[in-house]
Design a protein around this ligand. Structure first.
Ligand SMILES: NC(=O)C1=CN([C@@H]2O[C@H](COP(=O)(O)OP(=O)(O)OC[C@H]3O[C@@H](n4cnc5c(N)ncnc54)[C@H](O)[C@@H]3O)[C@@H](O)[C@H]2O)C=CC1
Ligand SMILES: O=C(O)[C@@H]1CCC=N1
Length: 276
């Protein structure tokens, strides 16, 4: 990994450092971020070597905590628990980053009106290996170069003009790895049901998904063209596709999956506002 964050200026406070924020932090440290510039507030996560750790924002403040960058990395439902104490911290010289599903830029601006900018980032867990996708939208005078430096070690960056589509993007790319992994599980389970050993089925399923996505990435063709290159007329693939393509059931299923995940984002925003 490059040393892109070796010269990162400013101190970073992570409020909540579980699966997602923890994966981001690992990448940032790997990209040269100085651990002495980082503090974590998390009442439950295990402390990390070399990083100051506090159970609450109040404890961090009592230890003279100060930060130019504050990232919300807990669950949206926990925003009410931390927002009061944080509002005083997230003031004039501070950039607010949020990875909270559902919580809009307008909500962040209402909660933290004094920050220089509110930046809504929607990463995904593949950031753990630098193969993630981060959608990003902001309000106010965001330091775009610094935000880009933070997002680059995570994988692909997709800037959005505003956050009006962020709930759908959250479902699409944020929840997406779970949906794709479930598809792989189902593929393996079907192989097992038809006679493969569990071990062979998972290995073959993972390699098949891997190869298919790599093929698409390396090709200028649309997926359908590659499908037709696999499916011989009257052959095995076409027999399977005839089932898969019946009545557009696969697209209908995926639409329902994404709609449910997208709409849950709106509910989470209500919970974060203390409205449900
Ligand atoms: N897991 C994922 O793939 C993605 C998660 N997100 C967002 O990331 C956020 C965190 O999700 P995960 O990492 O999956 O959850 P998680 O449960 O792994 O991490 C949440 C962390 O917040 C801590 N926490 C609980 N109460 C707290 C408090 N009062 N103050 C500070 N920290 C507190 C917990 O101890 C935990 O370590 C959520 O807002 C989610 O919407 C966004 C994109 C992808
Ligand atoms: O499941 C969730 O709510 C979070 C947001 C996207 C992925 N994980």
């Amino acid at each position: 990994m490059t040393n892109i964050l070796g010269n990162f200026t400013g101190r970073l406070l992570l409020v909540g450092c579980g699966n997602m924020a923890g994966a981001m932090l690992d990448r940032w440290l790997g990209a040269g971020l100085d651990p002495a510039k980082v503090a974590i507030v998390d009442p439950f996560a295990a402390p990390r070597a070399d990083i100051a750790h506090f159970a609450s924002v109040a404890d961090w403040l009592a230890a003279d905590g100060a930060a130019e960058w504050v990232m919300l990395g807990m669950k949206p439902q926990q925003l009410n628990d931390v927002a009061g104490e944080l509002a005083a911290v997230a003031a004039g010289n501070t950039y607010l980053l949020s990875i909270l599903a559902g919580v809009s830029l307008a909500d962040l601006a209402a909660r933290f009106p004094e920050t220089k900018a509110q930046v809504r980032i929607l990463p995904n867990l593949a950031a753990r290996i630098g193969a993630g996708v981060s959608a990003v939208a902001s309000l106010g005078a965001a330091d775009e170069a610094a935000v880009t430096a933070l997002l680059e070690p995570l994988g692909t960056i997709v800037p959005l003009a505003d956050d009006s589509t962020m709930d759908l993007v959250t479902a699409f790319t944020g929840s997406g790895p779970a949906f794709v992994l479930r598809l792989i599980e189902a593929y393996a389970a079907a192989g097992e049901r038809l006679g493969l050993s569990a071990e062979d089925a998972l290995k073959l399923a993972a390699a098949t998904f891997d190869g298919a996505t790599a093929l698409l990435a390396a090709s200028d063709e649309k997926p359908g063209v590659l499908v037709s290159q696999v499916a011989s007329k009257g052959g095995t693939t076409q027999a399977g596709l005839d089932v898969l393509d019946t009545d557009g059931q696969l697209v209908a299923l995926m639409t329902n999956v994404l709609r449910a995940a997208r709409d849950r984002g709106r509910e989470l925003a209500d919970l974060a506002r203390g409205e449900s």
